[in-house]
Design a protein around this ligand. Structure first.
Ligand SMILES: NC(=O)c1ccc[n+]([C@@H]2O[C@H](COP(=O)([O-])OP(=O)(O)OC[C@H]3O[C@@H](n4cnc5c(N)ncnc54)[C@H](OP(=O)(O)O)[C@@H]3O)[C@@H](O)[C@H]2O)c1
Length: 235
């Protein structure tokens, strides 16, 4: 099913992204791995034992996103799938959020995801085929204390994704939104909040859900997937 598909994974070196990349490597898909740190990309690429294209990319920079897409097209001629699994969390009380915190969340989680979605969608629209997976998180659908800036960025992802999905409907391009609850990944190393990582979902659970969506037949591609740890359910 995924044999020869050209799949761009943004945030490929992260907890969710790297787990998904390892799952995709044996499928025969042609993989393009993006994140900022070239060394981490190179280490992952070596581990995979299949040829992949690595493109160090800071998705907060639209020119770098354009380069990612251009290099993918130059190498493979098309993009079939984009997985947006890059992001970070600043989780703190609303009255301690600095303008720089809000900017960082909006630049990376919202604008970065917008730039990659937009750039890939343009190529997919031309070919009248494609699938974009945006890893939002449950804080793009429900609210939680300490998440004002993060949620602002993630609710924004849902807003633009649904709007673009409407525009893309007639071009055969689909967008799937993933609302995962807490996932035990390096994401939480940077978060200054007391959380019980033992009760979180694993990166495998998240990657399995994305893999499932990518493997669905075109008419059965899910519009959203919502998976929460039992200890922390939002309905
Ligand atoms: N972990 C959770 O509990 C959870 C739950 C729901 C949703 N999510 C969302 O899932 C996504 C992935 O999370 P994760 O848990 O896998 O996080 P992670 O392990 O911290 O990985 C983050 C990835 O994003 C990349 N990245 C960060 N800034 C970037 C930038 N400016 N440009 C390009 N790549 C960048 C990182 O690589 P470099 O540092 O090399 O750039 C890394 O590959 C995020 O959007 C997150 O909000 C996470």
């Amino acid at each position: 099913m995924l044999q020869d598909k050209v799949i761009v994974i943004v945030g490929a070196t992260g907890g969710i992204g790297a787990t998904l990349t390892r799952q995709l490597a044996p499928t025969g898909a042609r993989l393009v791995l993006a994140a900022r740190k070239e060394e981490s990309l190179a280490i992952l690429a070596t581990e995979l034992k299949v040829d992949v294209l690595i493109v160090p990319t800071d998705i907060t920079q639209p020119q770098q996103v354009d380069t990612l897409i251009q290099r993918t097209i130059a190498q493979f001629g098309q993009i079939d799938i984009l997985v947006n699994a890059a992001g970070a969390g600043i989780l703190k009380a609303y009255n301690t959020i600095e303008p720089a915190d809000l900017e960082a969340m909006l630049n990376l989680n919202l604008k970065g995801c917008f730039y990659t979605t937009q750039a890939a969608a343009k190529e997919m629209q031309k070919r009248k085929s494609g699938h974009i997976c945006n890893v939002v998180g449950i804080l793009g659908k429900h609210s939680m204390p300490m998440a004002a800036a993060y949620s602002a960025s993630k609710f924004g992802v849902v807003g633009f994704s649904k709007s673009i999905a409407e525009e893309l409907k007639r071009f055969g391009v689909k967008i799937t939104l993933f609302y995962f609850g807490g996932i035990d990944s390096p994401f939480w190393d940077q978060v200054n909040l007391k959380v019980d990582r033992n009760k979180m979902l694993s990166c495998e659970t998240a990657a399995n859900a994305i893999f499932y969506a990518l493997s669905a037949e075109p008419q059965a591609i899910p519009m959203e997937i919502n998976i929460q740890p039992e200890s922390h359910l939002f309905f």
